[in-house]
Write a protein that binds this ligand. Structure first.
Ligand code: ADP
Ligand code: MG
Ligand code: MG
Length: 883
């Protein structure tokens, strides 16, 4: 097999721009070279080599040497320079590149091929001593850090001292002589820290760097990143070796990063930053403040230093043409790295750009409207889970704001939380339930876990393309970066802004849309659901088959859900209505009554209250199906738990404390989840379900009377395991319905059905469907009862189970397709065999999970039901599942 694939010139080694083989970076370098864009020539060592390297105990096979030599010869041929040549040396970069981009996670070495001889040649041939020595010191510094893993602080220190000694502020003030002197110091540092001289043989340098890039695949931060992003460890990384081009060759040279559209808002305008006379990472590292790409962006920001459009109009025009070519070729917004060497443009990277949910939405819609992609593609381009970011409230523009400082609006959305100055503490406090804002001078890949745990991120340094900004946008966290007036003393747990201060634990608010940082918590308002969001929802609704309902039990939730497009209620739990302070006494009287007459007396007091609940809900849901689950939890949940409450509760219920205590003891259960609950309550105390059914039908008739549009109640009996249970309960419900219809003089359509949440019910679905007119899969309990895992106690081991691959994902988040899924399939099949038009839906938390929704589509269910805020997510996921 071939392991080395060349790019540039007219070679074709058959890599076919394959990301799995060449990694994302290599595939797209190959792609850009293939469409004639100016790409420095190079070659890619495939990901297959990385896998083999690890399989064989971190050794390279002998055959690789020859292939790499051919690759170097290819670059030499196209550049006319020779690797290691003292007169006109070829320099290369050695770059990592996994299948999917892992920004900043892995290592890159630039300027490789410099040594004490070649640096002189480079100086002569370029006519620029300063540039040559600057490149050499950069190379030693990077090589020492990435390949030799020496303490990089020592190298930075040496540079700082050199600047201080000369009274310089900026790196750009150092002269050729200064750099040359620093190179000597760096070499001495390498000797001191590594115990050997800095490698002078360029081939040793190359193999060292290739090994380091493969090695970075197994670095701790890369592993954490893979875990957070579900990237398999077996994929490996490719290595790209590429001719260097130099953005640090003076005032006609530059380096930059750009997006073909705004990754924050999605606006169709070029967006980016660049630096004159700089190299590679300088822009992202926040060493100097980068300049804007376009004049419009510079003017909008009121910044002084000229934009690239103004400073280098010709190269800028070429770059803009490249942006257009790339968008057409890849049919997506691109994130680009480029370098200008003495007025010549070079493309160093392109990939589909990470973007906020808002931008993803706008770009998908715009591109469909521009004819670049189809509507179906637009639907598939938006991650349903990311919609979450758009549905949540933003800061109330009318609320007072105590603005402490302003930075760059690096990732939109607003967040309030306590200020925390390091990532470990952020993670700890978040675990303890605090909302946290991570406040850092700047972030690095070591901060990933803290950024993940935080609700928002604030940095003192860095631009719009800084690490913090890029990662925050990817994670959907609001971020304000480069708040320059913020002076952070992390060790003292304090940040100062002029005379104001933020102490660790202080509540602050950041607005990633404006860049403002505020003291305290600022109230929020509901998001705008029209515009692009509305358009995407319309497109999604046109293609989806699954209906989407909501889990809601208050009129407010019902209204929210309907605004989000819910087509009915999939689960209205009734127990919460019983906890209401005004009613709990009657509920307790009912529970504590010693006979049916006593229970009925208490239930009579509850009837008008329940009817009022349903009336309000039905008014919002007029004309739509509403699944209402009759009482489900064990009765003792309604009794007091604290000794202190007993006396008060007893007197309110007209009982002595002793009786109450005895009755509470009687109701105690060892395993309440499997105890006296669900339809077992209805079987033993039918009058409870009778009252609830009556309340439902009276309310439905009243609403029909008033508005002319009746809801369609679907009365759902919980925790059924046998046909007979459901049959008994259906008799109770039907009797109540007949009685109410006779009293009200009108009939309304209704259904009686059951929740399938016990394996027995799933297996016996054929006969249960003889009675039940619908099934709703209660996948929370069905998961508990199928796996024999209690959701409330699973926290202790479930993470380990997922880590060890026992379950691919948390089965309470994403349906266990193999186990629980098979039961659902069996129940659906057997239910339909008995009753072909049986309605099937899902009402567990899974109803809002895109992967579970795809399963529901494949199983042919009629609807999914999700909490109000997840309704749009479910609509989009249902559309994607149908495509
Ligand atoms: P990352 O994946 O972390 O972005 P890259 O491999 O893209 O790492 O390299 C980091 C930086 O080095 C980039 O800014 C890139 O532009 C620059 N760079 C990489 N290769 C070259 C090259 N051949 N010539 C000039 N600059 C380069
Ligand atoms: Mg890059
Ligand atoms: Mg249940």
């Amino acid at each position: 097999t071939r392991y080395v694939y060349r790019f540039g010139g007219s070679v074709d080694d058959g890599g076919n721009q394959d990301k799995n083989l060449l990694g994302g970076k290599g595939a797209n370098l190959d792609g850009m070279a293939g469409i004639g864009l100016p790409v420095p020539p190079g070659f890619t060592i495939s990901t297959e080599m990385c896998t083999r390297y690890y399989d064989e105990g971190e050794q390279f096979p002998d055959s690789l040497r020859g292939e790499v030599a051919d690759g170097i010869a290819h670059i030499e041929g196209l550049t006319g320079k020779r690797f290691g040549d003292a007169a006109d040396p070829l320099l290369v970069s050695v770059r990592s590149g996994a299948r999917v981009s892992m920004p900043g996670m892995m290592d890159t070495v630039l300027n490789l091929g410099l040594n004490d001889q070649t640096v002189v040649g480079l100086a002569t041939i370029s006519g620029d001593d300063r540039f040559a020595w600057d490149s050499y010191r950069r190379f030693i510094q990077m090589y020492a850090d990435v390949v030799l893993e020496l303490d990089h602080a020592r190298f930075e220190e040496a540079l700082e001292i050199a600047k201080e000694d000369n009274g310089y502020d900026l790196d750009t003030e150092l002269t050729a002589k200064d750099w040359q002197k620093l190179v000597e110091e760096y070499k001495a540092l390498v000797q001191e820290l590594w115990g050997k001289p800095f490698p002078q043989d360029v081939h040793d340098q190359l193999w060292g760097a290739v090994g380091a890039v493969f090695g970075s695949w197994q670095s701790e931060r890369a592993k954490v990143y893979r875990r957070l992003n579900d990237i398999p460890g077996g994929w490996g990384t490719a290595v790209n070796v590429q001719a260097m081009v130099f953005g640090n060759m003076g005032e006609t040279s530059a380096t930059g990063v750009a997006f073909t559209r705004d990754p924050s808002t999605g606006e169709n305008a070029y967006y980016g930053e660049f630096l004159i006379n700089a190299q590679g990472e300088d822009v992202v590292a926040g060493i100097r403040t980068p300049q804007y790409l376009t004049r419009a962006a510079r003017e909008r920001a009121g910044a002084k230093p000229l934009s690239m459009e103004e400073a280098m109009p010709e190269v800028y025009a070429q770059l803009a043409a490249v942006f257009e070519t790339l968008e057409k070729h890849y049919r997506d917004m691109q994130d680009i790295e480029f370098t200008v060497e003495r007025g010549k443009l070079w493309m160093l990277q392109t990939r589909s750009g990470k973007r906020t949910a808002k931008a993803a939405l706008k770009i998908a819609i715009d591109m469909a409207n521009e004819g670049l992609i189809t509507r179906e593609e637009a639907i598939l381009r938006v991650d349903p889970a990311a919609l979450d970011q758009l549905l949540h409230p933003t800061l109330d523009p009318d609320a007072p704001r105590d603005v402490l400082t302003k930075g760059l609006p690096a990732s939109p959305g607003a967040a309030s939380g306590i200020a925390v100055f390091d990532s470990d503490t952020a993670e700890k406090r978040a675990h303890a339930g605090d909302a946290v804002i991570l406040v850092r001078v700047e972030t690095s890949p070591e901060d990933i876990h803290g950024m993940h745990a935080a609700k928002g991120i604030l940095t003192a340094r860095g631009g719009m393309t800084s690490h913090a900004a890029v990662v925050a946008r990817g994670m959907g966290r609001p971020c304000v970066s480069g708040a320059g007036t913020l002076s952070i003393k992390a060790a003292e747990g304090i940040a100062r802004i002029g005379s104001r201060e933020i102490r660790e634990g202080d509540l602050i608010t950041i607005d990633g849309t404006t860049g403002e940082v505020m003291a305290g918590e600022v109230p929020t308002i509901q998001p705008e659901l029209a515009g692009d969001f509305g358009t995407l929802m319309v497109w999604a609704d046109e293609v989806r088959r699954l209906k989407v309902r909501t889990n809601a039990e208050t009129p407010l939730d019902c209204r929210t859900a309907r605004e989000f497009g819910a087509e009915g209620i999939g689960l209205c739990r009734t127990e919460h209505m019983f906890f209401d302070a005004a009613r709990i006494t009657a509920v307790r009287q009912m529970i504590l009554a010693s006979d049916e007459a006593g229970r009925r007396a208490a239930l009579d007091k509850l009837l008008p209250e329940q009817r009022a609940d349903f009336t309000e809900i039905f008014e919002v849901m007029a004309g739509l199906p509403c699944t209402i689950r009759l009482l489900d939890p064990p009765l003792h949940e309604f009794l007091p738990h604290e000794e202190a409450e007993f006396a008060e509760v007893a007197s309110a219920a007209g009982l002595d404390v002793e009786t109450l205590r005895r009755r509470a003891a009687e109701l105690h259960e060892f395993n309440p989840m499997l105890g006296h609950r669900g339809c077992r309550l209805g079987v033993t105390y039918p009058e409870i379900y009778e009252m609830q059914a009556r309340a439902i039908f009276e309310a439905a008739c009243d609403v029909a009377e008033k508005s002319g549009a009746a809801p369609v109640p679907e009365v759902m009996i919980p925790l059924v395991g046998t046909r007979r249970e459901l049959e008994l309960m259906k008799i109770v419900v039907d009797k109540a319905a007949q009685a109410v219809f006779a009293e009200k003089g009108r009939t309304i359509e209704y259904l009686v059905g059951t929740m399938i949440e016990l394996p027995r019910a799933a297996l016996r679905a054929g006969e249960i469907a003889e009675v039940g007119e619908f099934f709703s899969f209660g996948t929370n309990d069905l998961t508990q009862t199928t796996l024999g895992v209690s959701r409330d106690d699973a926290g202790r081991f479930l993470t380990t189970y997922v880590e060890k691959g026992i379950y691919a994902r948390d089965p309470f988040v994403s349906i266990d397709v193999e186990g629980v899924g098979e039961l659902i399939q069996i129940a659906a099949e057997r239910g339909r065999a008995t009753r072909p038009d049986i309605k099937l839906g899902i009402c567990g938390e899974h109803g809002g999970d895109p992967a579970s929704i795809a399963f529901c589509e494949a199983t042919g269910l009629d609807y999914v039901s999700a909490s109000p805020y997840r309704v749009p997510i479910a609509r989009l996921a249902a559309a994607q599942a149908a495509l």
